[in-house]
Write a protein that binds this ligand. Structure first.
Ligand code: LLP
Length: 480
């Protein structure tokens, strides 16, 4: 099988080239400091940088408690990802009750967190899979997902895609060239079409995948060319697919649902409309989340109106990733150093962009919760810049919101070297989207927390031998 690593490697490259120069968010010597952008905090500093007051704005643990965090660190070391089975199940049930008129399939966008334990859990709950590469298809099948429950929407069509079609995997052609290749190999076959409906919406520019500046899907105005290729190979277009971004504005998403129905009108054999994922999930307390019941209700009505008008009862598919896993995962790590400059006190973690890349890449905000060794310190607060363990200033856990290269301070529980730190909201696009092995740090293990409190290791910590296993020696003569 041909390598299909486009998405991951481009993220790695983007991260590697993050500029080293930061615009510093100023701090003021009069005791007033700009912490997170948009709010000013009164910090009365003691010599160690701590303040005596408890902040109401400090983030708290979601599904963990301090004892579980300590147990996890003692048993598996740090950094370690932990997922909460109860939250995973609850989010799956909530997605499965998405309003629908004539039937619903929920596909888990497995790129969000592709560990087999999570795939198996969701498979058992009746979720299907959205895969974005041939490798993801294989990974899902190895986890026991039936091929017929997998749909591929990929930036790079695997070279042997027809072998997956033979097994029953559904393919959405995401470009005219993909459609052409499908037609040549599978004439008369059933195909889905991923369209770029002309508008997109994402939490950041990097996660907006619709509109004229986006390479995802077939540009909607290329309809005549699509119809020509479909006719040439006698293809049956049975699905229309749109996905416009991650962290989408709900109003834009609903508007695109209407545009997508217009695309369905163009293909009388379409039975299913897939409206993608991208539902906004607040990780920080003040961030908004999209209410699926609310955005789904008007879309359900649109499906009903469409049925009245055309007699066609469309099946609805949605394919969330973030919604299903983001707040069901956390990273447990340790403060391994603490330094200061004239401007900031820095906490250095034994983790960073190697485990949670989102802050460095998007300026994404993740709740940070300090678990002090000495619990009596738990009511003291201080402001810190939190950084990762990689040797570049891009490895930053507290960027200003949406500004990956702006250092900002966060008010946290007062921390010392050796304290544990929990990076919340790390279930989506963290273990599955890391700058793996940068600075030769090994891949962190993953653990599942069961409802009865049991901890199950679902991926071991990588060893240095495993990280190096594919390196080959140059012949001595070539080194001379
Ligand atoms: N369907 C398709 C075709 C997709 O490309 C994606 C995500 C999804 C569904 C699921 O989107 P979600 O519900 O997770 O927003 N790395 C970014 C997100 C990039 C998502 C790429 N495609 C992040 O960390 O937020």
């Amino acid at each position: 099988m041909k390598a299909v690593l486009g998405c991951v490697s481009s993220l790695y490259v983007a991260a590697a080239f993050l500029g080293p120069q930061y615009r510093q968010v100023p701090s003021f010597s009069n005791g007033l400091t700009t912490g997170m952008r948009g709010r000013r905090q009164l910090i009365v500093s003691a010599a160690d940088g701590t303040s005596g007051s408890t902040s109401l704005e400090r983030e708290t643990l979601r599904f963990l408690n301090p004892d579980t965090v300590e147990n996890l660190a003692n048993q598996y070391g740090t950094p370690t990802y932990i997922y909460d089975m109860a939250t995973l199940k609850a989010s799956a049930r909530s997605a499965l009750s998405f309003p629908n008129a004539f039937g619903l399939t929920v596909r888990y966008a497995m790129k969000a967190s592709p560990n087999a334990a999570i795939l198996k859990l969701f498979n058992n709950l009746g979720l299907h899979i959205d895969a974005s590469s041939g490798y993801e298809i294989q990974r899902a099948m190895r986890a026991g997902v039936p091929a017929s429950h997998i749909s591929l929407s990929s930036q790079e069509l695997p070279s042997d895609f027809d072998s997956f079609v033979d097994l029953g995997v559904h393919i959405n052609a995401c470009s005219i060239s993909q459609l052409q290749r499908f037609g040549e190999r599978c004439p008369g076959g059933k195909i889905g079409l991923r369209f770029n409906p002309g508008v997109g919406s994402g939490g950041t520019g990097k996660t907006n995948v619709g509109g004229p500046s986006s390479a995802f899907g077939i540009w909607h105005e290329l309809l005549p060319e699509v119809k020509r290729v479909v006719a040439e190979h006698k293809l049956q277009v049975v699905r229309v697919h749109t996905h416009i971004g991650s962290g989408s504005d709900p109003a834009v998403w609903q508007n695109v649902a209407a545009l997508s129905l217009d695309l369905v009108r163009e293909f009388p054999q379409v039975e299913t409309l897939n409206l993608g994922g991208g539902y906004k999930v607040g990780r920080m307390r003040q961030e908004q989340s999209t209410d699926l019941a609310k955005i789904g209700a008007p879309v359900k009505e649109k499906f009903e109106d469409f049925a009245l008008e055309t007699g066609r009862k469309l099946h609805l598919e949605i394919e969330p990733g973030t919604f299903l896993v983001a707040n069901a995962g956390a990273l447990v790590c340790r403060v391994q150093d603490k330094t200061s400059t004239s401007a900031h006190t820095f906490l250095k973690l034994d983790a960073g962009m190697t485990e949670v890349l989102r802050p460095s890449l998007y300026g994404a905000q993740h709740p940070l919760v300090v678990i002090p060794k000495d619990r009596t310190r738990a009511d003291r607060a201080a402001s810190y810049v939190v950084v990762g363990h990689c040797c570049e200033s891009g490895d930053l856990l507290t960027p200003a919101p949406g500004e990956a290269d702006t250092v900002s301070e966060r008010e946290l529980t007062s921390a010392e070297i050796g304290d544990l730190m929990v990076v919340e909201g790390s279930g989506a696009y963290c273990a599955g989207m890391s700058t793996k092995n940068y600075n030769s740090f090994p891949e962190a293990p993953e653990v599942m927390l069961a409802p009865d409190g049991a901890l199950y290791l679902i991926r071991r910590r990588q060893t240095l031998e495993q990280a190096l296993q594919n390196e080959l020696d140059l012949p001595t003569s070539a080194l001379a």
